[in-house]
Design a protein around this ligand. Structure first.
Ligand SMILES: NC(=O)c1ccc[n+]([C@@H]2O[C@H](COP(=O)([O-])OP(=O)(O)OC[C@H]3O[C@@H](n4cnc5c(N)ncnc54)[C@H](O)[C@@H]3O)[C@@H](O)[C@H]2O)c1
Ligand SMILES: O=C(O)[C@H](O)COP(=O)(O)O
Length: 388
């Protein structure tokens, strides 16, 4: 069993894979892929590939729809790097309004034995302001956004939160002082800081565009630690130029933003901490290896959670279209091969469904015939046999 590793995945995750008997990067036909931000949208899937695990949150670098059609399960690691991003968001806000970039640069220019005196004389040029008492608008209240909102409350900010798709468990985690708004325009019109924490999809390209920026208060500070494509940078630059926006703080630099005193640019550092890299790699490795070894699914972005203890000699793992009669078809096929089903579970999500069937048949010829029969059905997107 081989896993293709892209990007710098923490050793703690790779060790999990090795300890479970996987090899890393040894073949051109791996069963699984583990990655961070590697762009895979044009990747041609190899025959053995059954799963892709993203050690991190964003999956816009993975061709999810094409993966589904090939029966490939895609995972991410919700929440694993949320605190790292949360801390960077507030660091960047304080850096901006306390002029820390320029203050630090200035101090490094000082020479002579009277530096303390020069510091006291020169510090007035860097007088800043505080975030306490200001209003922050948080767009997206998931793993990162809810933490940002809660931290902002603790720092004495007034928090407006917007997330029409928030999951119930995320809503429970929100500090009650966060004011939920049902219209994102309220955030544009009222916030001093606006930070966006939503996944990038084709539907929300330039989520924050000229129209949105035109609604913002003069001197708003805009933060983007989610994805470059969520924000129309040309409109950001125009608003910075005419002082309608005060600062743009982002993890996604591009040429047009370079060398501006009103931008703080970071090299996509949100998740780059020892802690986040370790937890993300461990979660991704566990999800990927469990799926390959048992068929169980946790935290997939394109399939439902499915967990069933494997107590039999053999398990059939099926990805199929979510249409009538699929279970009947599978059960009939097993019956025709005189196979007695011990456990069966089936869950669907949208147009696709996932089925695990446990039984004790071990005759390789019978199993091979069964798999070929099932594979031949056009509504079965993938079929796999796992032996204990
Ligand atoms: N800079 C970094 O290094 C870094 C690190 C982690 C995540 N990210 C980015 O941040 C994104 C969010 O991460 P997360 O872990 O919080 O994800 P998440 O899935 O936990 O939360 C996303 C939230 O956005 C909400 N949402 C979706 N569409 C929305 C819309 N149109 N309007 C308002 N809310 C909407 C969802 O309901 C969900 O609550 C990731 O997809 C990734 O692109 C960047
Ligand atoms: O979506 C994410 O998790 C972040 O953008 C982190 O990306 P990285 O793992 O490449 O640092």
């Amino acid at each position: 069993m081989d896993i293709r590793v892209y990007n710098k995945i923490a050793d703690e995750g790779l060790d999990i894979l090795k300890n479970k008997g996987f090899t890393l990067n040894e073949t051109n036909n791996p069963e699984g892929i583990i990655l961070r931000s590697e762009e895979l949208n044009d990747l041609e899937f190899n025959d053995n590939l059954v799963a892709i695990a993203r050690a991190g949150a964003g999956v816009n670098n993975i061709p999810i729809q094409r993966a589904i059609e090939n029966g490939i399960v895609v995972f991410n690691t919700p929440g694993a790097n949320a605190n790292a991003v949360n801390e960077l968001v507030f660091t960047s806000m304080v850096m901006a309004i306390r002029h820390m970039r320029f203050a630090n640069q200035w101090v490094h220019t000082l020479v002579g034995e009277d530096i303390p005196k020069q510091v006291e004389a020169g510090k007035k040029q860097f007088k800043g302001s505080e975030i306490k008492g200001k209003t922050i608008g948080v767009i997206g209240l998931g793993s990162i956004g809810h933490m940002v909102g809660n931290t902002a409350v603790k720092l004495g900010m007034h928090v407006l939160g917007y997330d029409p798709y928030i999951k119930e468990e995320a809503a429970y985690r929100l500090d009650p002082q966060i004011q939920r708004v049902t219209d994102v325009q309220t955030i544009y019109q009222e916030a001093d800081f606006i930070t966006i924490h939503v996944p990038y999809t084709q539907d929300n390209h330039h989520f924050i565009d000229k129209k949105a920026i035109d609604l913002m208060k003069k001197e708003t500070i805009l933060l983007n630690f989610s994805r470059a494509e969520l924000i129309d940078v040309a409109s950001v630059i125009a608003a910075l130029d005419n002082k309608n926006l005060r600062y743009y703080l982002t993890d996604f630099p591009e040429e047009a933003l370079m060398n501006r005193s009103d931008c703080l640019l970071f090299p996509h550092l949100g998740a780059s901490t020892d802690e986040a890299e370790k937890i993300s790699a461990q979660m991704a490795a566990n999800q990927l290896s469990d799926f390959i070894l048992t068929g169980n699914i946790r935290y997939s972005v394109n399939f439902p959670n499915v967990q069933m203890d494997m107590e039999t000699a053999c398990r059939l793992v099926i990805v199929n279209r979510n249409i009538p009669n699929m279970i009947t078809l599978l059960v009939t096929e097993l019956g025709e091969h005189q196979i007695n089903i011990v456990h069966l579970t089936n869950k669907s999500r949208g147009d696709y469904a996932y089925t695990l069937i446990d039984f004790d048949e071990q005759d390789p010829q019978v199993l091979q015939e069964l798999k070929e029969k099932i594979d031949a059905n056009e509504n079965i997107l993938s079929a796999r046999l796992i032996r204990k």
